[in-house]
Design a protein around this ligand. Structure first.
Ligand code: AQP
Length: 332
């Protein structure tokens, strides 16, 4: 059976981008079709300036939202990355296989390091090595597929390179995984800046729909979404990124093609209202289930404890094999 691993970083409140680009497919498809592991990748949240209490809170919230969205612990493994030591153990070995230049080429590193510098903050070394830890997350489980949004494709490519290099030098240890992407809304853009993706850690929040936003806030953000001064509605990503983003979000909610949807609206106002209604309805059950689960944290903690035990049992043999293959003396 195909094995799938994917994760969410607790760097902010989960967004519509996280849902349409990743979480929804984990729930609707991946957990039914594969042996699936999903984690809150909390170690990754430490790569930028962070508030410890907030990371802890967001980690719990992300896990609760994953379950609220419909991940079923009877079908898949849900856990927190830092609860399974194998991630950090393997990351170091992969750092010994990766080279400096390939890390500096990563687009996310360039963007986030520039953001840290312009905020007058230091760039943490872990930001540079973050894709290696992500590779460890995937390779430790010998995952065949990594379902991600487009923004993570480059990191999965690096993971493949590191797996192949390690296997070639030290003997076949890892499965070389491939990234898979959803057909539509692989990249949900910021409503205020449709050339930039909707990212949960961005400081300007007006263009971001959070999964726990009230319906009024969702409608307001969509009403104020930046489009253009062209008349009518047409689907053209290059020339009309704002309108295209709205059409893609609507397409993701309704299953209709963006080109087809464009024909149904004669003005931006009507399109925005339709998107707002569709998004509010899409998120309604998730919000309700999140409220129920938040009142039962014992259940969420139990799922995470059990998930970490299962994940550890899967990862340990591979990571132990990597330690032996690279030349480390096993403990007596
Ligand atoms: N805007 C997006 N459109 C489509 N998919 C997205 N994903 C994130 N944003 C979008 C997908 O969500 C999954 C989890 O993402 P992540 O938490 O690992 O980190 P990220 O990709 O860096 O997401 P964010 O929300 O933008 O976080 P920050 O702001 O901290 O960088 C991934 O599969 C991702 O592709």
């Amino acid at each position: 059976m195909t094995r799938i691993l994917s994760g969410i970083k607790p760097t902010g409140h989960l967004t519509l981008g996280n849902y349409l680009g990743a979480l929804r497919r984990w729930v609707d498809e991946d957990q039914h079709q594969a042996e699936a592991l999903f984690c809150v990748v909390d170690l990754h949240a430490l790569t930028v300036e962070h508030d410890p209490a907030r990371v802890r809170r967001l980690s719990r919230q992300a896990a609760t939202l994953m379950l609220a969205a419909g991940l079923d612990p009877a079908r898949c493994t849900v856990f927190v990355q830092s609860h399974v030591d194998e991630h950090a153990r393997l990351s170091y070995l992969l750092e010994c296989v990766a080279v400096d230049g390939e890390m500096r080429r990563m687009i996310q590193y360039k963007e986030k390091s520039a953001r840290a510098r312009s905020a007058g903050q230091g760039v943490r070394l872990s930001l540079l090595t973050y894709p290696v830890l992500m590779a460890a997350d995937i390779l430790a489980y010998r995952a065949d597929e990594v379902p991600v949004g487009d923004d993570q494709a480059q990191h999965v490519e690096l993971t493949r390179d590191l797996a192949e290099r390690f296997n070639q030098r030290y003997g076949r240890t890892f499965v070389v995984p491939k990234a898979t992407h959803p057909a539509v809304a692989a990249r949900v853009m910021d409503l205020q800046n449709p050339l930039d993706k909707m990212g949960k850690s961005h400081e300007a929040t007006a263009g971001i729909i959070y999964l726990l936003d009230e319906p009024d806030a969702i409608a307001r953000k969509l009403r104020r979404a930046v489009t253009d001064s062209e008349p009518g509605v047409s689907y053209d990503r290059e020339a009309r990124p704002g309108v295209a983003n709205l059409l893609e979000i609507l397409s993701s909610c309704t299953g209709e093609l963006p080109e087809k949807l464009a024909e149904a609206y004669d003005g931006g106002g009507a399109l925005k209202a339709a998107v707002a209604e569709a998004v509010v309805e899409l998120l309604r059950p998730l919000r309700a289930r999140h409220a129920e689960l938040s009142a039962d944290q014992g259940f969420v903690d139990g799922v995470l404890r059990e998930g970490a035990a299962r994940a550890r049992a899967v990862a340990r043999p591979t990571v132990d094999a990597a330690y032996a293959a690279i030349g480390l003396l096993p403990p007596a």
